[in-house]
Write a protein that binds this ligand. Structure first.
Ligand code: PLP
Length: 433
């Protein structure tokens, strides 16, 4: 036990306290996590640059956060949800932990063409939170597989849960995680037959963050076939599904036959409708999914939700219902077209500079091949020379080294300006990265 804090007097006479330590042992899994989550590290480097260069006009193409206002019909849903709370008949307190029935039904019919049962939809405060809750459900004794590169939350939550050993300093991979390389060489789809170990849970995101590339139907069919054969469960992250414009590309894993017995889907209104701050998402856990002992995953996920969550905000769920109205869906298309136009411009700009780039046509991210350079070095160089914040590919896993992610979530004006800055740096001298 550490001693209680003791007031002391410093040399200038100001009373200070000796740092007090509790007697609580730290969860050792936190010690395994590398230098913090990716985006706080980017924010730290950006602040340090701004401190040294207070005049700099920074443009952010870094974090994948929406920038455009919520359109009128969807906003009217939120306003309606808030106003009715001020009336006796409209007031509601705690709602169902799984979300209101109307919204679960509307998600199942509008977004899944009734391929799923509304009872299998768990409405929540977002996909990130649900990934954490799924990890709580799976516990520590599962082997997790991730696309490399991928959204860092899959690996970090697996580490926090205790599913992994330490990071291997050389490979930059955690012991116990199955990394599935996805790069231009394999069309961004892993060689499943070559995985070193049978995974229990496969996190698969399409369109992918950071590559912006969406998986094809044959690829997803191969993924489902593999999961069924191995007895694995896919956690399909469809947070960027509405960006898919190519009608041949599936927007949900449940478009693939056989997925109801081997897949869970996490999804979100964050990028659909600018709800990143509003917070509304959902997870589909089909009742057909079973653990090895025959018990129901749906029942266990329901238990996690009802134990640790009290339901999504009633106001926000009214916003969700408005998103799924005909008018709301039309508004979403306008928002998405806006961001995809940004992505097209970013991709054309870097390609005109002679770089190979991927994504941006069915996803909001453009993934630039840096021709062998280090992604954090290039991140710093672009920040200094063009005052543009990007995201280094290495932050998404060792497979992202040598790549840079450009986010289309910005105003058109900022994207135009960013493209001009990149072009100017190029004209004046050697390529900036
Ligand atoms: N999944 C992916 C792949 C993401 O990139 C993000 C956010 O950037 C999320 C989930 C988080 O979604 P939400 O805002 O619903 O928590």
């Amino acid at each position: 036990l550490t001693p209680a804090p003791r007031p002391v007097r410093s040399r200038c006479g100001v009373r200070a306290r000796i740092l007090h330590m509790s007697g609580v042992e730290r969860n050792p899994n936190f010690g395994k996590l590398m230098g913090g989550y990716l985006f706080p590290e980017i924010a730290r480097r950006r602040s340090a640059f701004l401190e040294a260069n207070p005049e700099a006009k920074i443009i952010s193409l870094g974090i994948g956060d929406t920038t455009q206002p919520i359109p009128p019909h969807i906003l009217s849903g939120l306003v309606h949800g808030a106003s009715k709370l001020g009336t006796p008949p409209g007031y509601s307190g705690y709602g169902p932990d799984q979300g209101v029935k109307d919204l679960r039904e509307k998600i199942a019919s509008t977004l899944y063409g009734n391929r799923i049962d509304p009872d299998d939809v768990f409405v929540s405060d977002g996909a990130k939170c649900d990934i954490g809750r799924l990890q709580v459900m799976f516990g520590k004794n599962v082997v997790t597989a991730v696309q490399d590169p991928s959204y860092p939350v899959y690996v970090d939550t697996a580490v926090i849960m205790g599913q992994t050993g330490l990071i291997n300093e050389q490979s930059r991979q955690f012991d116990g995680i199955v990394y599935m390389p996805c790069n231009p060489g394999n069309d961004f789809f892993p060689d499943l037959a070559a995985l070193p170990q049978r995974p229990d849970v496969i996190y698969f995101c399409s369109p992918n963050n950071p590559t912006g590339v969406a998986a094809t139907r044959p690829q997803l069919e191969a993924l489902v076939a593999y999961a069924r054969e191995q007895g694995s469960v896919i956690v399909f992250d469809a947070a960027y599904a509405p960006f898919i414009r190519d009608p041949s590309l599936p927007k949900s894993i449940f478009e693939i036959e056989g997925a109801l017995e081997c897949a869970i889907e996490v999804n979100s209104f964050s990028k659909y409708a600018g709800f990143t701050g509003v917070r509304l998402g959902w997870t589909v856990v089909p009742k057909q999914l079973k653990f090895r002992d025959g018990s129901s995953m749906h029942a266990d996920f329901n238990r996690v939700m009802s134990t640790t969550f009290n339901g999504a905000s009633n106001i926000v769920q009214d916003g969700g219902l408005a998103i799924l109205d005909k008018e709301g869906l039309a508004e979403i298309q306008i928002l998405i077209s806006y961001y995809l136009a940004n992505a097209a411009k970013l991709r054309a700009t870097v390609e005109a500079m002679g770089y190979k780039a991927y994504g941006g046509d069915n996803g909001p991210y453009v993934y630039v091949d840096l021709g062998g350079k280090s992604s954090w070095d290039v991140f710093s160089e672009i920040l200094e020379k063009a005052q543009i914040v990007t995201t280094p590919g290495a932050g998404f896993g060792p497979g992202g080294e040598g790549f840079l992610r450009l986010s289309a979530f910005a105003s058109k004006e900022n994207v135009d300006e960013a493209c001009e800055r990149l072009q100017k740096v190029m004209v004046k001298g050697p390529v900036p990265w």
